[in-house]
Design a protein around this ligand. Structure first.
Ligand code: GLA
Length: 384
């Protein structure tokens, strides 16, 4: 269906061929959750669920945007726009806004976009829309942005125009992904390393709770504020604190009574999660999947009890895997308050796993559990 349906839509709306067709994928994250905006590490990968774009420049100042899946369109002038009630358009115009603020000049464009990334499922459909458009405009208007600059523009669009104070992981993963690899990104200095992930006998499976994380945006911003507050208190008590990377559990114990209970637990989670990614990557290097999986479970417990961004459905899905010896590790993934769990499962037991999870979820919540067996793919790329 994709990208052909997108191209066909483009030709039927604009009576012309697109000059560029590209795919911008969604992402998973194996470990390192809520660490990107805390100067920690993350371990994401881009996946075979993507947003596809068909685009062409226009000689005038109009951006004609068509959201294929939503059957919705809007025309916006480059010279006069602000946030729209048509929410989806803000992800695109936010990118345009960032590019213009940074002094890049270009004319209007016609674009059709759409794809198979489930919405509100914690696999970053919004980041894919942002990185896809940044990549497309850079290409059709020869703006000369580096890949990392495009990532930063896409993230800034989400922060400034959409109003979610997200970190850089999603846009980074959607842009920098590589087939069959996960990427360890150091969010403090943006250095990164690809880890080929050799899982001949295992599958990465997402279980979508079906709970849309709409509550998440305001709670997400609250978590950020709580972390900033904790960091300020650390800096008041210790010398040379520039980020969470300078903080240890010993230091946390020393200032425990200066933090309220909530902020204390947030700090405990962040310190633990930064350490866990390092241990998990070492384990991956040594093909020690058991340790890797154990770290995923520890992350879930931290997100559930200390960072408090899980929900009963996600906890249930993770709990169901605890007694299943075919599951190496499982945890909630992404911002939280709904969306998917990520599971590493023995391939030989994949079908049994899927059937069992679906059946127990249906019994407990009278809701169908949609699962995705994902492949790791290249990041944003031209396909036509
Ligand atoms: C969302 C944000 C990311 C990251 C994750 C949690 O996906 O967009 O920047 O903070 O939540 O790890």
């Amino acid at each position: 269906m994709y990208p052909n349906s997108i191209i066909q839509k483009f030709t039927s709306v604009f009576f012309a061929q697109p000059t560029l067709v590209l795919r911008a994928p969604g992402r998973i994250n194996l470990i390192g959750e809520h660490t990107d905006y805390n100067d920690g590490y993350v371990l994401p990968a881009s996946i075979d669920k993507a947003i596809y774009f068909a685009i062409a420049p226009r000689p005038d100042r109009i951006c004609h945007l068509v959201a294929y899946d939503l059957d919705s369109e809007i025309k916006v002038s480059l010279d006069n726009f602000t946030q729209s009630d048509i929410a989806w358009s803000n992800y695109l115009m936010g990118v345009v806004d960032e590019l213009q603020k940074a002094g890049y000049s270009f004319q209007g464009f016609n674009v059709v976009f759409g794809g198979d990334i489930p919405l509100g499922a914690g696999v970053s459909s919004s980041a894919a829309v942002e990185t896809g458009l940044a990549f497309a405009l850079n290409q059709i208007y020869h703006l000369g942005l580096s890949t990392m600059q495009m990532v930063k523009m896409a993230k800034a669009a989400e922060n400034n125009f959409v109003g979610v104070n997200c970190g850089i992981m999603d846009q980074f993963a959607s842009m920098f992904g590589k087939k069959d690899a996960v990427i360890r990104l150091d969010c403090r200095d943006l250095s990164y390393e690809y880890f080929p992930i050799e899982l001949p006998n295992h599958a990465v499976i997402l279980c979508n709770s079906g709970v849309k994380h709409s509550l998440g945006d305001s709670e997400y911003n609250t978590r950020r504020q709580e972390c900033e507050e904790a960091l300020r208190i650390f800096a008041q008590n210790f010398d040379n604190i520039t980020s969470w990377r300078d903080i240890s559990f010993e230091m946390l114990a020393t200032i425990k009574n200066q933090l309220n209970h909530t902020v204390y637990r947030r700090a405990k989670y962040v310190i633990g999660e930064i350490e866990r990614v390092i241990v998990a990557c070492d384990a991956l290097n040594q093909h020690d999947l058991a340790t890797f999986g154990q770290k995923m479970y520890e992350t879930h417990l931290g997100l559930q009890h200390d960072y408090e961004v899980s929900c009963p459905e996600l906890d249930f899905l993770v709990e169901q895997t605890l007694t299943d010896s075919a599951v190496i590790g499982a945890r909630m993934m992404g911002g939280g308050f709904g969306g998917c769990t990520v599971n590493i499962v023995e391939k030989a037991q994949q079908e049994v796993f899927l059937q069992r999870m679906k059946a127990t979820y249906l019994e407990k919540y009278q809701k169908e559990l949609v699962c995705y067996v994902v492949a790791l793919t290249n990041g944003t790329e031209i396909i036509g």
